[in-house]
Design a protein around this ligand. Structure first.
Ligand code: PFF
Length: 448
């Protein structure tokens, strides 16, 4: 059977940026910036994204396009009969774990979008009221399960439609819309009286705040945000045509992901400051603090709808990329139809996600290594599997693949002169700097 490809350059970009831009940008990045001292965190983050993670993104895409195969098949093809196939196995399992719990938060976003359309964040509601609304919701059994199910179904439907008419087409409509939505919200937030303090917090660095913990949080976030180490960028890379410039597509992805995270922070933190709230709120920022702001600011009801719609769109384009990894594997390695593969991935992800969802309520007493089921899967993948996966992929490209193969992919057999010029530097980063830095920061992260 013919393998599908992305149709054109813009298609590649929206798919890759769609994967990168997600809950990580709208939910995780702003609360990390809030918790780790604002601009100082952003400063370290820039370094992590462009110097350390971009070469890793190049590596994943190189493995994908070189092999022209799914995450498991790629290692079988490029390193036949070796233990590298286990990296392939992990690259198929991890995204299924991530999409399971990612879809739970996607379901919360659906519920909050629905609540905002019903104007449930009533004018003048207090923080305590909205906090307890959230607690009541996530600890209940059915509403979050319904959200999780609908979210996963929507994702599955896009996947069934295929690479070009599903993933690419969806991205081409949704990604521009997402940027418009978040810019509208940022403008509203920045123009609130008292928003200036938030901007200062975001853009004026206090370098004394940088320590090991900040570095490890920034690197973890950069990994998560660029969708690294789990086989999604590898799989998308395998759909990129041979004449596309993968270095350019990857760089545009990193730049748009970073810009989006910044705009998202401008949409959220200035409003937090304008209301005199604590920016170090943590994960509850989006579902507790923001609804309070929406219910108390002029045009808040309308802005709430925009924000939660943006959250859903961002989340779906990311969950699609996670979902696709398992589907590509099943179709190519197990020879099942795309539809059947989508149903299988749905079933597995639904089940794990359901357990994660229930771990906020009825299953909250079940602990794995001292963590609730949701936290266990979140920590296992974000702090562990992703970083190790990214580390091994960069080692694979730097030390296992031949230099000439890597050069061929990076420069389209020497035809891209700008890429040829930077190849030496990039290869050095891939071979030495990235693996060492990722390992060091990963190990130091174990200390915190
Ligand atoms: N990059 C996504 C975000 O920032 O929300 C999350 C993600 C998607 C992680 C796809 C990993 C992945 F493979």
């Amino acid at each position: 059977m013919e393998r599908e490809n992305f149709g054109n350059r813009f298609g590649v970009l929206v798919a890759m940026a769609g994967s990168a831009i997600g809950l990580g940008n709208l939910w995780r990045f702003p609360y990390l910036v809030g918790s780790y001292g604002g601009a100082a965190f952003i400063f370290v983050y820039i370094f992590c994204v462009f110097l350390l993670c971009l070469p890793i993104l190049f590596s994943e895409v190189i493995i994908g396009r070189r092999s022209h195969a799914n995450a498991y098949g790629a290692f079988k093809k490029l390193a036949p009969g070796t233990k590298w196939k286990w990296l392939g196995v992990a690259s198929v399992i991890t995204p299924i774990i991530v999409v399971s719990y990612y879809s739970v938060i996607g379901g919360w976003s659906l519920e909050y979008f629905f609540k905002s359309c019903m104007f449930e964040f009533t004018e003048g509601a207090t923080q305590a009221e909205l906090g307890s609304m959230f607690d009541k919701f996530i600890t209940s059994v059915w509403p979050p399960l319904v959200g999780h199910t609908i979210f996963l179904l929507l994702t599955g439907l896009v996947i069934i439609a295929g690479v070009k008419s599903g993933i690419e087409k969806f991205g081409k409509i949704m990604m521009p819309m997402l940027f418009v939505l978040i810019i509208v919200m940022a403008v509203r937030s920045i123009t609130l009286p008292g928003a200036m303090d938030g901007l200062v917090y975001l853009f004026k660095p206090d370098f004394s705040k940088i320590d090991g913990e900040v570095c490890s949080a920034a690197l973890g976030q950069a990994f998560f945000s660029l969708s690294l180490g789990v086989g999604t960028m590898l799989t998308y890379g395998s759909y990129i045509k041979k004449d596309e410039n993968i270095a350019a597509s990857s760089s545009y992805t990193a730049v748009s992901d970073f810009i989006f995270a910044l705009i998202a922070s401008c949409a959220i933190l200035p409003a937090v400051f304008a209301f005199g709230l604590n920016p170090q709120e943590g994960p509850g920022l989006v579902f507790q603090t923001l609804p309070f702001i929406f219910s108390n600011m002029p045009m808040g009801g309308f802005i709430a709808i925009i924000f939660f719609l943006a959250l859903i769109v961002a989340a779906i384009t990311s969950s699609i990329s996670l979902y696709e990894v398992g589907v590509a594997y099943l179709v190519e390695e197990r020879h099942v139809s795309r539809k059947k593969a989508s149903v299988i991935v749905f079933a597995v992800a639904w089940l794990i996600g359901a357990l994660c969802s229930l771990s906020f309520g009825p299953l909250s007493d079940i602990k794995i290594f001292g963590q609730t089921i949701f936290n266990f899967f979140d920590k296992l993948s974000a702090n562990f599997l992703m970083t190790i996966g990214g580390f091994l992929m960069v080692v694979f490209v730097g030390w296992k693949m031949s230099k000439s193969d890597v050069f061929d992919e990076f420069t389209n057999s020497g035809t891209l002169s700008a890429n040829k010029r930077i190849f030496k530097f990039v290869y050095f980063m891939i071979r030495y700097v990235c693996p060492i830095a990722v390992l060091m920061i990963f190990l130091s992260g174990l200390l915190f």
